[in-house]
Design a protein. Structure first.
Length: 271
């Protein structure tokens, strides 16, 4: 119950329901929240979130996702900032990013991915939402800059928790706009390829998600609500990947991923 509430909170908090978006990566001038403030807000929110979620108790899985995440972050313009990647003991096929470099990957996503490139494509997409600062952009547009400033500055010490409670009470799930998704896909694909993963993994992951969703719709609910996935995204991913080189086969990477997937499955299949 507590975890379900937290998921609702997160999905709403991250996407307060505005359809505005920019076409390029935000670089501070397009976003009224400074990067330092965004990272500070991220620390506060992550502390609140971490109190409500359960990490997967397997250091091998966590270590694998840490390395994968760091390899992707190293390709971004925010590589010099602190990022955290947390694997959650949660069978839902989902991943999300808080502002300020905090990415959460549900065990169900690792179990569902068709290989390391597919998993990395989703993590790259979430990293891209963070780099493009879609969450704070939407918070500012939906709530106003002074409200977000109050949240960042901690003028009202209970505001983060209060915001959390209010959003849980509202209980509605909003979604990223199509242009946010397109931007996160485009940036994510660049990070994916630059980090040495196969860019075809993005379209392949979309196909995996669509196919699996037909069988286990509930496990995919949150992902599809916050990340609308239409034919346009699949086709864009296929077309964009054609322009990027595919790496040679990497049997060690495949073996590491298979080991991780084996470790994750008991947590997912028992529920
Ligand atoms: Zn997204």
């Amino acid at each position: 119950m507590r975890r379900a509430a937290a998921s609702v909170l997160l999905a709403v908090l991250l996407v307060p329901g505005c359809t505005c978006a920019s076409d390029s990566v935000n670089r501070g001038d397009l976003n009224l929240v400074s990067l330092d403030d965004e990272w500070s807000l991220g620390r506060d929110l992550a502390a609140e979130v971490d109190a409500q979620v359960r990490p997967l108790p397997d250091p091998v899985v966590q270590g694998y996702v840490d390395r994968l995440g760091e390899a992707l972050v190293a390709q971004t313009e925010m590589a010099d900032r602190d990022w955290t990647f947390t694997v959650l003991d949660d069978p839902a096929v989902n991943a999300f990013a808080l502002p300020g470099g905090h990415v959460y990957v549900h065990a169900g996503l690792i179990a569902a991915a068709g290989g390391p490139d597919e998993l990395a494509s989703v993590v790259a997409h979430e990293v891209a939402h963070g780099v493009a600062r879609h969450s704070t952009e939407r918070m500012v547009k939906a709530q106003g800059v002074s409200w977000v400033a109050g949240l960042v500055l901690g003028d009202n010490p209970g505001l983060v928790r209060q915001v959390a409670a209010g959003l849980v009470g509202r209980g509605a799930l909003a979604r990223f706009s199509r242009s946010d998704e397109a931007e996160a896909d485009r940036l994510g694909l660049d990070y994916l390829a630059a980090a040495g993963y196969d860019p075809d993994g993005q379209a392949a992951m979309f196909e995996t998600l669509v196919a699996l969703r037909a069988r286990r719709p509930l496990r995919f609910e949150r992902w599809f609500q916050s990340h609308p996935l239409g034919e346009d995204r699949v086709e864009a991913a296929e077309a964009a990947a054609e322009a990027l080189p595919s790496p040679p086969p990497r049997p060690d990477e495949d073996a590491a991923f298979e080991d991780v997937q084996r470790r994750v499955r008991p947590f997912v299949s028992s529920r």
